[in-house]
Structure formats: C-alpha cells, structure tokens
Design a protein around this ligand. Structure first.
Ligand code: SF4
Ligand code: SF4
Length: 341
C-alpha cells in the first residue's frame, strides 16, 4: 500500500499526465465529467459524474474509417490512432463494473477492435466511494463501493490518498506515482472501507433486491400489465440510455466529404422510435415495447446470456436524470410487487 499526501496530488497528476493522457472528473457547468488533465485542472471528488468513463472506451461518436475515391479506385483509410496508453483516475466501483459488462459485449467474438484497443491501453485507477448519494444501489448487484476493482484501487481520507496496485498495467501508474508516495500499511484504507460500508448500509436503496429477476424470467414478466402503466409517461428522450454506463447500442452511418466518405458510429437508444428501423420498418412500434425492451434487457435478457450478470450497476444516473422521474428501481419494485401480490 502506498500513501500520497493530498498536498502532493497535483504533482502526481502532472507527472502522470506528462507520460500519458490522464482523464479524471472535473466540475463543469452541468456537473462533473471526465476530462483530460492539464495544469490548473481541479479534480472533482463528486459522486457520481454525469456520464461514466464509457466515453473513453466506446466514444459517443467516433470515425471508424474513411473511403477515398479517385476514378474507379476506392482507398480504405484506417482513421485509428490508439497506440498510446492512457490513465483514468477516480473511477467508482459501479463504473469499473460497467466496463466489465461492456467487455462481455465488445470483447466477445467477433471482437470490437476499436474498443479492445482502448481497453488494452487504458489504465483504470478506481476510487472507493466516500460520498455515495441517495440514488446509489450498486450493492444490489453485488458491487462493493468500498473496494472497487481496477488496475489500481484508491481510498481517500481527509489528508491522503492510499493506493494499491492490482495489475501489471496498474504498476505502470504506480511507477509514475513513486516520487510522490511513501509505503504504508493498510490500516487507514481498511478503516475507510469500514466507514464506507456503514454509509452504504444506511442508503435509502440499500435493501433493494434483485432476486426476482435474472435469466429465464421472460415469460413471467414480458406480458405484465405493469409495462403499460410504467411507460405511459415516457417521453422516449433516451436520456436514461445516454447516461447509463452499461448501455451499448450504436448506429453506424456514412457521410460524404469532398473526395470520399467517412464512416462513423454514434450511440443510439432503444428508447427512440427510429431505433433498429430496417427496410421493413420498426420491430417495436410503441413506446411500451421500447420501454420494456430496455428494462427486460438489463434485468432478464442480459443475465440470461451472461452467466447471470445483470446489465445494471446501480449507479443511480437514470434516477437522477429522467425528466419524468421514471427509472429502473421503480420498474423493479413494480414488477416485483406484482409478482408478490
Ligand atoms: S424513461 Fe425517462 S429518460 Fe428514459 S426515455 Fe423515458 S422519459 Fe426519457
Ligand atoms: S440502468 Fe440506471 S442505475 Fe442501472 S447502470 Fe444504467 S443508469 Fe445506472
């Protein structure tokens, strides 16, 4: 275990940023988000960022390739430039887990080489949550906010940051941090863990259970009358999918340039009426169907195909952001209530 006095933290960030791009949460006009560190940047310890670190691995919009045409010749240009390592500091336990969920999608065959390359080069420095919010319920999905995974795990106290390297990639970060840290035992980190676990146990959603959901529950829930009630006011705005760190749907399109075409992809949302529209039209015509798809996917279909792993990490972002205050917790409670009653 290593200890960095908080007075040294900016020096540590500067040393890392000199060696590789460093991303961390900073406060913006509408809340905190991951930004690239530069001199003068102020790290925000808020819980949680508006969007998770998903953007750094699966960007909201990215060029995939370009085609240049000259007469009858088409040249394919690889527009990627992802050979360098980068570090992401301050990733919470739920968001670390969200990347493991995305891995199941993008790293299964055929692998998404764009995502795979960023995962290979990205060093995750996670941070235990000493300020969870009332919307947090990661514990319902078996996530321990006091001890996140990642290449390095950190704990914050009033005067210091404690760091534990977990992987070979993490050791690269620890080597850069070396001039600013001293060795220590794990007493302070263990005390911090205990403190966080006590806070987590007192959160309003601490008792939310997932037992009613999982693979094999399609018949049980698919035709529930609750879907019509729950989705009645849904605006189909897609906010819940855009802030969700585990949502992974995207669209691929081409646009024309002066001498060719650029192919790009961007996030899409199963809440949109145009989502997955193909030559024959849309396969989910009502908002009820689209709404049901989003939650059935997180609570039933995904675990069915992924060893029981849910594709929600309880980050609470959809609870905070939905303009009509609809969210996965309300869906779980309504479906479970129906099952029990
Ligand atoms: S559930 Fe809320 S955030 Fe999601 S699409 Fe409907 S209105 Fe928008
Ligand atoms: S469904 Fe909501 S709580 Fe679950 S991971 Fe997505 S944004 Fe977070």
């Amino acid at each position: 275990m290593l200890k960095c006095n908080l007075s040294q933290l900016d020096n540590l960030f500067a040393a890392v940023a000199e060696a590789m791009p460093l991303y961390l949460p900073t406060q913006g006009k509408n809340g905190a988000n991951y930004t690239k560190w530069q001199a003068g940047a102020v790290w925000s310890n808020t819980c949680n960022t508006q969007k998770g670190p998903k953007d750094l691995f699966f960007p909201q919009s990215e060029d995939l390739m370009a085609f240049k045409t000259q007469g009858k010749t088409i040249e394919i240009i690889d527009t990627r430039n992802e050979a360098e390592d980068f570090a992401v500091f301050g990733v919470r336990a739920c968001d670390v887990k969200s990347l493991e969920i995305l891995d199941r999608v993008f790293l299964s065959e055929p692998k998404d080489s764009y995502y795979a390359s960023r995962r290979e080069h990205g060093i995750i420095i996670s941070l235990a949550c000493n300020r969870p919010t009332e919307n947090c319920f990661c514990g319902s999905f078996g996530i321990d906010a006091s001890s996140p995974n990642g290449d390095v795990t950190c704990w914050l106290t009033e005067d210091a940051l404690y760091l534990r390297g977990n992987t070979e990639k993490g050791e690269k970060f620890m080597a850069l941090a070396a001039p600013f840290v001293t060795e220590c035992d794990d007493t302070a980190a263990e005390a911090q863990k205990e403190k966080i676990q006590k806070i987590m146990a007192r959160l309003p959603l601490a008792d939310l259970k997932t037992d009613a959901f999982g693979g094999g529950k399609t018949e049980e829930f698919f035709n529930s009358p609750q879907w019509a009630k729950l989705s009645e006011s849904c605006l189909g705005c897609g906010t819940c999918t855009f802030v969700c760190p585990t949502c992974q749907c995207y669209d691929i399109r081409d646009y024309k340039t002066n001498d060719g075409v650029v192919r790009y992809r961007c996030w899409d949302s199963c809440m949109y009426s145009e989502f997955t529209r193909m030559a024959h039209g849309n396969n989910r015509n009502s908002q009820k169907e689209r709404f049901r798809q989003r939650f059935m996917h997180k609570l039933v279909y995904f675990p069915e195909n992924n060893d029981g792993v849910f594709s929600c990490v309880g980050c609470g972002r959809c609870l905070a952001k939905c303009p009509i205050s609809m969210n996965i917790v309300k869906v779980m409670k309504a479906l479970e209530g129906e099952q029990n009653g």
